[in-house]
Design a protein around this ligand. Structure first.
Ligand SMILES: Cc1cc2nc3c(=O)[nH]c(=O)nc-3n(C[C@H](O)[C@H](O)[C@H](O)COP(=O)(O)O)c2cc1C
Length: 411
């Protein structure tokens, strides 16, 4: 019998399957961001004002999706972004996402607040894992995380700079829960009611003795520390405030590629590159941190115009369809990242669900590229964006395809 995820035809279908399988107190925090929780929806809605334009009569009988970043060629122009404590959302979600990344040949960015350790994920996905980093209050912890990532063979480090203060989400504050560390006694009836309504989620945790421990942080806790203790330790260390010298420090310490994740201003993008970063990720943390920020896609063109000629530009925020990735690349991104799209997939159906999410996005990208007369994602640029958005002053790719320029000249 076909599985439920195999019948999903959109990321929205996977989201609905994930919602049904997961208690509300886990699902709502995935969906919402800071304050009223409108940021993620604003990111997704932001794509609605951009439309694609099609070049007619172009042979797209074969369409290329592969993209080369940081010396590796991936089979799709997007990767899986970091999700902290994903193992709570589905047991072993990080391992499953890593397996899916290997099978689909895309990168998987492991959160430094992950339930799985970097050593384990690097064993599963040695050539596909990127390490995300929240720099800790105690720099010895940061340094050790870097050492572990390096020793595990990780080549790409993404330093997240857009989350200096704790998130304040109204729903979560009202709920009074802080998983895995804290459930006030008054909330137990609600938690038990939700747990009983979602037996598969409950069983996968209950059968293993409770919610998972953050193994990324376990080495810094006393031996035998519980999941609660380790989570509290990580929250006592992150988020915290750092300044630009931390980028210089990490640049000195990290021998591989260094990405700065969570850049929303052209001047910050330039500064990160001046300090030796190899790339920036234009991102507002999926709209999670601050409710009153523009949609991430609206931020991208300004940054692309300022630094797009200097380094690869990565983008994330609100991607739920393949056409969103085409818009992002048309507005200057070289590579996209998704978090919720593949998270819904893994929550709904484990590794198979994550692969289904990747497949849905990939087939949408392929179909849409053919529709707009663009046979190669690497050629996607502002000429494929309809209307005023295409006139944004975007730098050309550093190595423009000669063929493409000819085509545009005669169009
Ligand atoms: C539940 C959840 C947890 C996240 N945890 C992290 C994290 O630990 N580190 C990080 O840099 N970004 C984290 N992010 C942000 C994502 O990596 C990514 O920037 C963003 O969610 C992309 O937007 P999208 O979810 O609309 O695709 C998280 C996002 C979500 C939804």
């Amino acid at each position: 019998m076909a599985s439920k995820v195999s019948k999903a035809i959109t990321i929205g279908d996977l989201r609905e399957l994930a919602r049904r399988r997961t208690p509300e107190f886990v699902f709502v925090p995935v969906e919402t961001g800071g304050d009223d929780g409108n940021g993620p929806a604003r990111n997704a809605d932001g794509f609605h004002k951009y439309h694609l334009s099609a070049h007619a009569l172009v042979d797209c009988s074969t369409v290329k999706l592969d993209a080369t970043v940081f010396g590796r060629t991936y089979s799709r122009p997007f990767g899986i972004s970091a999700v902290g404590f994903a193992g709570i959302m589905r047991r072993h979600a990080e391992q499953m996402l890593a397996e899916a990344a290997v099978e689909a040949n895309i990168p998987f960015m492991l959160s430094s607040s992950s339930c799985a350790s970097i050593e384990e994920i690097a064993r599963i996905a040695p050539k596909h894992v990127w390490q995300q980093l929240y720099a800790a209050r105690d720099s010895r912890i940061t340094d050790d995380m870097l050492r572990r990532a390096r020793d595990a063979g990780v080549e790409v480090l993404a330093f997240t700079v857009d989350a200096p203060a704790p998130m304040y989400n109204h729903w979560l504050v009202r709920a009074g829960l802080k998983l895995p560390a804290y459930v006030p006694p008054a909330k137990w009836p609600y938690v038990i009611w939700q747990a009983l309504r979602h037996p598969r989620w409950t069983w996968e945790h209950a059968s293993r003795g409770g919610l998972p421990r953050a193994d990324s942080w376990a080495p810094y806790a006393p031996a035998g520390a519980s999941a609660n203790d380790v989570a509290r330790l990580s929250w006592s260390q992150t988020p915290t405030f750092h300044e630009w010298p931390e980028v210089e420090r990490l640049r000195r310490l990290w021998p591989g590629k260094l990405l700065i994740k969570g850049i929303v201003r052209p001047d910050d993008a330039a500064r990160a590159l001046d300090l030796g970063a190899d790339a920036v990720i234009v991102s507002n943390h999926g709209g999670n941190k601050l409710d009153c920020m523009p949609a991430a896609i609206d931020i991208l063109p300004g940054i692309a115009a300022h630094v797009g000629h200097r380094a690869p530009l990565l983008f994330d925020g609100g991607i739920r369809r393949g056409s969103n990735i085409l818009v992002a690349h048309g507005l200057g991104a070289n590579f996209s990242m998704v978090a919720r799209a593949t998270l819904y997939g893994v929550m709904a159906g484990g590794t198979e669900g994550a692969l289904r999410a990747i497949e849905i996005l990939s087939s949408e990208i392929k179909r849409d590229l053919a529709m707009i007369g663009c046979p190669d994602i690497a050629r996607m640029d502002a000429t494929y964006i309809h209307g005023s958005a295409r006139h944004i002053d975007l730098p050309r790719r550093r190595e423009p395809a000669v063929e493409k320029i000819d085509k545009i000249a005669v169009s």
